[in-house]
Design a protein around this ligand. Structure first.
Ligand SMILES: C[S@@+](CC[C@H](N)C(=O)[O-])C[C@H]1O[C@@H](n2cnc3c(N)ncnc32)[C@H](O)[C@@H]1O
Length: 242
């Protein structure tokens, strides 16, 4: 997969994209990443990317002309001779979740366009295939948001996670939260690992983990329960709790 970003602070990506899974994905040749500086498509001495809002009001708005020009150049370099699937980060977009990450992981070429200041001139959104929000809060700029999305997408690419089963076991994969995890020592500061995990009985461990996922999801994210794959056995366990 080829992922590109367009923003005014491209240096923000170097740490995250050069660490852990994002670095490994690039070393394995599964991911190619490039962070573009929007200022490279400005034409004035100050490399201006923002201006005052029409109609008045607080703050500055990102100009649409450098974004269109950058898009044209980036699209012209598309390895398949197509155009990148283009995502704008905005608090006004659809809510990001694992399902959106999975959808995005099916594309060969993604372009993330990040806002700053009060946001982006609305005309630039005509380039968007998708507009994504991380949640109901406002960040200073889109780079952090795009890194969260990129990380979640890249983890879904085949071959990125060492153990192919890892994603399957994780929260949201089948609609439930993950079960609690433990490692050595078996007892620490008076807290012991649940005995079933030390029993060597794999079937009992599986059942315990499934029950823990149900308990956790019901407790912390009851909204997920309506969409989760809950079978008859799960339902009787849940009924036994109340
Ligand atoms: C300060 S914010 C602009 C907020 C905008 N004035 C509003 O009220 O919706 C600047 C940029 O940060 C990014 N951003 C902020 N919050 C975000 C969120 N919850 N999800 C995704 N991107 C966000 C967007 O790229 C946005 O253009």
């Amino acid at each position: 997969m080829f992922i590109e970003t367009l923003s005014t602070f491209p240096d923000m990506y170097s740490s995250v994209m050069g660490t852990s899974m994002m670095r490994i994905a690039q070393e394995k040749g599964i991911l190619q990443f490039k962070a573009h500086d929007l200022r490279d498509w400005t034409h004035d001495r100050h490399r201006t990317t923002d201006d005052e809002p029409y109609g008045g009001g607080q703050g500055l708005v990102m100009k649409c002309d450098p974004i269109f020009e950058a898009y044209d150049d980036i699209a012209a370099q598309d390895p398949q001779g197509s155009t990148p699937y283009t995502i704008f980060l905005s608090p006004c977009g659809e809510q990001f979740d694992e399902g959106v990450a999975l959808d995005l992981s099916a594309h060969d070429h993604l372009l993330f366009i990040c806002g700053h200041y009060e946001g982006i001139d609305e005309r630039a959104y005509s380039l968007a295939d998708r507009c994504i929000s991380l949640g109901d809060y406002v960040l200073t700029s889109g780079e952090l948001a795009s890194m969260v999305v990129i990380d979640a997408v890249v983890r879904r690419l085949p071959g990125v996670l060492g153990d192919e089963g890892s994603a399957v076991d994780e929260s949201f994969y089948d609609g439930l939260l993950e079960y609690p995890q433990y490692t050595r020592p078996a007892t620490y500061r008076g807290q012991s690992v649940p005995p079933v995990l030390l029993s060597g009985d794999h079937a009992a461990v599986d059942t315990w983990r499934r029950h823990q996922r149900l308990i956790r999801t019901k407790r912390y994210r009851p909204d997920l329960m309506t969409r989760a794959n809950v079978n008859d056995e799960d339902q009787s366990f849940l009924n036994s709790l109340s």
